[in-house]
Design a protein around this ligand. Sequence first.
Ligand code: PLP
Length: 452
Amino acid sequence: MPTETRASLPIIDHRPAAYDGPSKSEVLAVRQQYLTPGLITYYRDPLLLVEGHMQYLWDETGKRYLDAFAGIVTVSVGHCHPAIVKKVQEQVGKLQHVTTIYLHPTIGEFGKKLAEHFPKGSGLTQTYFTNSGSEANEIAILSAREFTGNQEVISLRNCYHGGTQATMALTAHSTWKFKTNPTINVKNALAPYCYRCPYGLEYPSCGLKCAKDVENVIKYETSGQVAAFIAESIQGVGGAVTPPPGYFEIVYDIVRKAGGLCIADEVQSGFGRTGDRFWGFENYGVTPDMVTMAKGIGNGAPLGACTTRPEIAAMMKNRIHFNTYGGNPISMTQGLATLEVIHNENIQQNAKTIGDHLKHRLLELQERHPLIGDVRGMGLMIGVELVRDRKSKEPANTEAADVMEKAKERGLIIGKGGLFGNTLRIKPPMCLNKDDADFLVDTLDEVLLELK
Ligand code: PLP
């Protein structure tokens, strides 16, 4: 048990139903016997979660947690949000599945709504629906290669773009690599990771040297003509690595000169999470040729999408390419309902207001806790990188694991990631309120004190 707990979860009026399902050890035993080994679970003693309501989760004992990781950055507006549940229940009772070989109103309706969310004049109007972010990135890369006639793709070190073969090839993190991939021709440019600048420089006097590395990669490692550049607007799994202002403008220019298309992977950074803007890329004043999305798009539904301009989408015209569950009416309904909640409940504004408050308080915490090397991110997409020594920046990865464990004991769930596994990832459902944010910071404060 924690030695000292002052921070307490905000009082709410939701009471979880009594749980009468199998015990944790039974669930674990079945999982070990019947599921693929190697599936990761967070925590030394994995959590069994049995109910969710908005930003909170409950385990089988009735203990409540603040979910500051939003499932896995999926539950954008709250677990079992009542407005979404209602719409999905209606749809489930009416029609569960037809595919795109038939017409169903929800598919076009959601496609139209998404198109309305892209900047005017961007031409981003044509959407291909998938079940996941990986598939959305697959279709983006396929489209870029077909459209440009070029083969090579550039992604950034420290990126994560998915778990299918081609997206594993894009992903540049040894943690996620198998010895047997990649399957497509990918080159990696340096990540715009200011805290660990690969050149040892500082922004802005660095002159954005890392952006110009893309030019070198094209010059020395490709034929000179590339199909695409793909990047997350803020690196998610990589630990909320936030490119400096101006970065994407330079890179997009370089890539387009080499004949390539620019793909923004908004799987984590889209749908208002960065606060100021609906899409992460909008914070950088650029317009991608393709945008891929998943996770928060449907508040946890198995749903992804790739949106592009008509002339690029047209490459599909004479091909047969098909996704059985892409455009499934239940997922479409969940996506539509999520967008409605984002607007009706001012979710994006909340991500900005509460995100700013959270970041401000985390920066204060950094002044008191030497273990905190860096606090970064935008809106409700925040990374807290832990280091053993601020000068050498030695990654504090076991300490980060300890923080997670101790936070869990106190009722707080956070994520962890980054190349060294030393960055705490704070990406809660965007309905988080100020009391939740204060509980989160006060809990981290107590945990870090205990670790001293
Ligand atoms: N792109 C980004 C930025 C992601 O974070 C992820 C998943 O974490 C993916 C793509 C892959 O999405 P999925 O797991 O839905 O295939």
